[in-house]
Write a protein that binds this ligand. Structure first.
Ligand code: CP
Length: 339
């Protein structure tokens, strides 16, 4: 399958009604369009797993296949830890050791793994729409672990859980009155897309900030405000989510080590980007009392965020990573009907 967004395709069901439960698998492909009730169910289960491990492993005897066709540290390892914590076995498939390198399609690979009798497929791919494409060809619950520039639903859930914890909103996950500022390369970011969908559905106000190629006005169609200047919105933020510049999703590719301070086509220079959009110590000092700093990782310290800010008491970054485990436990339990 070539890179880029996959167009019209059958829409797999993300949730099932009671009468359809026996024939329709539950997939978790994105937060956009997910029923509010389902979003709250997933968050409540995540909260409960974060507080206490399940007394009886809900997925005991089940097998989860992790299919990662793009690099990952956090998502891959936390899905694996989560699967073990809910009692499942894990079969791990990556691009390098799969027959995708011999030309097999992602769909044929998924169908092959399904034939072995696995209970859930966790898919990461660089193509937007890949998880949805797979889900439309299998009967096995499919979880999107990040697809191109499209969505990263479990990251969105862990971001919400982290913010709701910081602001004591864990009862109902009502985020109204909170202002989230997302800074940087939102146009290329599946993390931003999932965060926007989930946070706005729960009542948060979201503003995207960045240079026009990375934070275009067209993002307003997602229900956010767009501002070109971080300094204009910094002091009204309850949370600031910093994004990495997604060099690998730009036409220019990943920069060489000696090319670190150039970003041809999208930016005049990384130095200029830092001057206007980095969360430096000086900018962090201007945040509201109690405002929190988030980053989905991987971080480029010294580019979009100063190391001292990433490691400061305001930072939720380690909590975000920790919350990935209960969120993925909940996602696996919900998708397999073991919730
Ligand atoms: N946040 C995130 O998706 O990180 P990884 O790419 O390391 O999984």
């Amino acid at each position: 399958m070539p890179g880029g967004t996959i167009g019209a395709m059958p829409a797999p069901r993300q949730a099932r009604t009671a009468d359809a439960a026996s024939r329709s698998p539950r997939h978790l492909l994105g937060l956009q369009g997910l029923a509010l009730e389902t979003l709250r169910t997933l968050l409540t289960l995540s909260r409960d797993y974060a507080r206490r491990a399940p007394a009886t492993p809900p997925l005991a005897g089940k097998t989860v296949a992790t299919m990662f066709f793009e690099d990952s540290t956090r998502t891959r390892s936390s899905f694996t830890v989560a699967a073990y914590r809910v009692g499942a076995n894990v079969v791990d498939l990556s691009a390098l050791n799969s027959s995708v390198t011999k030309g097999e399609t992602l769909v044929d690979t998924a169908i092959t793994i399904q034939a072995m009798g696995v209970d859930a497929l966790v898919v990461r791919a660089r193509q937007s729409g890949a998880a949805q494409l797979i889900a439309s060809h299998v009967e096995t619950p499919t979880l999107n672990a990040g697809d191109g520039k499209h969505e990263h639903p479990t990251q969105g859930l862990l971001d919400i859980l982290s913010l709701a914890t910081a602001y004591d909103r864990l009862d109902t996950f009502d985020l109204s009155g909170l202002h989230l500022v997302i800074v940087g390369d939102a146009a290329s970011s599946r993390v931003a897309r999932s965060a926007i969908a989930g946070m706005t559905a729960l009542g948060a106000q979201v503003t995207c900030v960045g240079p026009a190629p990375m934070s275009p006005r067209s993002l307003e169609t997602l229900g956010v405000r767009v501002s070109p200047r971080l300094d204009d919105v910094l002091e009204s933020a309850d949370a600031v989510m910093m994004l990495r510049i997604q060099f690998e999703r730009h036409d220019t590719g990943t920069p060489r080590a000696d090319d670190k301070f150039r970003a041809p086509n999208l930016l005049p220079s990384i130095r200029e980007y830092r001057a206007f959009y980095a969360l430096t110590e000086e900018r962090a000092a201007r945040l509201k009392k109690g405002a929190v700093v988030m980053h989905p990782g991987p971080m480029n310290r010294g580019i979009e965020i100063d190391a001292a800010v990433a490691d400061s008491p305001r930072s939720l970054i380690r909590h975000q990573v920790a919350n990935g485990v209960p969120v993925r436990m909940a996602a696996l339990a919900w998708c397999t009907g073991c919730d």
